[in-house]
Design a protein around this ligand. Structure first.
Ligand code: UGA
Length: 366
């Protein structure tokens, strides 16, 4: 770092046990950056890309670097908040073609230096949002919490649709998505949002709002709706199978979304935990996430090598992640199920006319 002009701070900011943001990694990294700057003749820009609650760059990161480097911000180094909007599974294309670059800083000289760097990296059409650090930090939370809000909204409507015979949540999402004021993305109803970002950022924003005396009623409802979504699925299984102890249940897809092996804060993992509490016997299949699922459950569940193996003798199959290969599932794949009861949380098989007790989340049974 001694000879660098730009230092990007990109470490994780996970959820702490209390639900607030865990800044230990960022604090450590800040101290190390500071130490490395002690004997440097450069005046680098420290670019904070990690997701941090408003005020963290100025009140936590900056003083730590100042103390460790024995230099003052503005003199020995500059600091800028520059949140990113990468999605797992799309990291390379999102890095190469971001929809915009947010730069938050108080020193126009360093803001321009960073802007110049990004201009070289991207084509001339790239959009910039230049603002102060606390607003830049808040933009990231606004972005993720709005996405979570869209998902909880569509999930709530999907629950309503499920109780209107013949109603179809996908037709509704597609239609309202055509209204440019609404937008088509993030309206896929499902078992709730998971992953290492939306749930922890919602929690961090809620705790932050509480801490500064704002009651985040809407954000709380978004989170509650998300938690409830998984309970609705458990209730549906119980309604059909009765007591779940020793029932054989298959979970198809444990990754928090397709095209990743990541199971952190995956809704499927939450579902399995709930079913294990009820003493069900769980078999799972996932094209990529078996290894990571094993590190959560060890020998407590069975890991199948194929969809058909996973369904063998099962009394209920729940499709949690929209993996492309699940679209191939048909009547012959469910042939050896003990009870042909399928819950399709992503409406993958709606068109298939499966000879089964088939429930698609968001589609009202006729
Ligand atoms: C999310 C944001 O989308 C990124 O913009 C952001 O940069 C990133 O968090 C971050 O903060 O680092 P990611 O966690 O990769 O990205 O996942 P998403 O694609 O947002 O999906 C999150 C969850 O929402 C998944 O469980 C997914 O299945 C669910 N989802 C998404 C739905 O249920 N319906 C939808 O329509 C979209």
């Amino acid at each position: 770092m001694k000879n660098c002009d730009l230092i990007f701070l990109t470490v994780g900011t996970p959820k702490s046990k209390s639900g607030f943001i865990d800044l230990s990694m960022i604090k450590n990294a800040s101290k190390n950056i500071g130490i490395s700057l002690r004997h440097s003749s450069k005046k680098p820009i420290i670019v904070v890309k990690s997701t941090v609650v408003p005020g963290t760059t100025t009140n936590v990161i900056k003083p730590l670097i100042e103390r460790a480097s024995r230099k003052k911000a503005g003199k020995g180094f500059e600091i800028i908040a520059n949140p990113e909007f990468l999605r797992e599974g799309n990291v390379i294309s999102d890095t190469l073609k971001p929809h915009l670059v947010v730069i938050g800083g108080s020193n126009s000289n360093s803001v321009n230096r960073l802007k110049k760097f990004y201009r070289k990296l991207y084509d001339s059409k790239i959009k910039f949002m230049i603002t102060n650090t606390q607003t830049a930090e808040m933009i990231k939370y606004a972005n993720n919490s709005f996405l979570a809000t869209k998902i909880s909204f569509i999930n709530q409507l999907s629950n309503i649709c499920q109780n209107i015979p013949g109603a179809n949540i996908d037709d509704i999402a597609k239609t309202i998505g055509l209204d440019p004021r609404i937008g088509a993305l993030f309206l896929n109803a499902g078992p709730g949002y998971g992953g290492s970002c939306l749930p922890k950022d919602m929690k961090a924003l809620i705790s932050f709002a509480d801490k500064i005396g704002i009651n985040p009623t809407l954000l709380n409802a978004v989170e509650k709706t998300n938690q409830k979504q998984i309970q609705n699925i458990v209730s549906l299984i119980e309604k059909t199978l009765g007591i779940l102890a020793s029932k054989r249940i298959t979970v198809l897809g444990t990754a928090f979304k397709p095209n990743t092996d990541d199971v952190r804060d995956s809704i499927a993992i939450e579902l399995i935990k709930k079913l294990l509490k009820k003493k069900s016997r769980i078999t799972i299949y996932d094209p990529k996430a078996i290894k990571n699922t094993k590190s959560v459950f060890g020998e407590k569940i069975i890991y199948a090598r194929s969809i058909t193996d996973a369904l063998n003798k099962s009394q209920c199959a729940i499709m949690m992640t929209h993996w492309k290969q699940f679209e191939k599932l048909n009547n012959s794949s469910i042939k050896y199920m003990n009870r042909k009861f399928v819950i399709d949380c992503r409406r993958i098989l709606v068109e298939k006319e499966l000879q089964a007790e088939y429930h698609a989340i968001g589609i009202g049974k006729i």
